[in-house]
Write a protein that binds this ligand. Structure first.
Ligand code: ADP
Length: 164
């Protein structure tokens, strides 16, 4: 069975992430969406528990996709699934340098680990979680950026943030 791991912070999950997850689910037998705690990124908008819940709701229509969370290096986590492939989305211009560097570092820790990149759908090339957080903070319309069923939750969280 071929397993793919789609890692990320998903703070929050966007339609760009979901596009990559859906396309990966058509290629692999099983997809694990792994929410990384990512200590390098300070003050996330959503707790890991909230992100797990949101990602679970967003991927519930894909039967071969499941959700996990991890607070270790991705290269270590991947050792639990021998032969798995890491699948990441690649947006034009913004992701390449970072991903190339990460891949070299990961290979040192786990030489068996392979990473594949799916190019971003042109509709979502500009889309990032940080853009969604910024829009939500200033009360912008999130439709077309995140799954519809998550819009209220993200707006409510942003409202509470503004009050702080
Ligand atoms: P990270 O914290 O690793 O940056 P993200 O949650 O922002 O995690 O993104 C996880 C993965 O999804 C990364 O591989 C990133 O390149 C990819 N990704 C994020 N947004 C998009 C998008 N709009 N289209 C395609 N891939 C995306």
């Amino acid at each position: 069975m071929k397993i793919a791991i789609c890692p990320g912070s998903f703070d929050p999950i966007t339609l760009g992430h979901l596009n990559i997850i859906r396309r990966t689910s058509k290629i692999f037998d099983e997809v694990i969406v792994c929410i990384m705690h990512n200590s390098a990124k300070s003050s996330p908008m959503f707790s890991v528990e909230e992100r797990i819940d949101m990602v679970k709701r967003a991927v519930s229509r894909y039967p071969n996709v499941r959700v996990d969370a991890q607070d270790c290096l991705l290269a270590e986590y991947a050792k639990n699934y021998p032969g798995c492939v890491i699948v990441k989305g690649l947006r034009a211009s913004s992701d390449f340098e970072y991903e190339f560097q990460m891949n070299l570092a990961n290979k040192k820790i786990n030489p068996q680990m392979e990473t594949m990149f799916l190019t971003s759908d042109s509709k979502y090339n500009f889309l990032s979680s940080s853009l969604v957080r910024e829009l939500a903070y200033y009360g912008g319309d999130l439709s077309g950026y995140v799954p519809n069923e998550l819009i209220d939750e993200i707006n409510n969280k942003a409202k509470n943030w503004r009050k702080k």
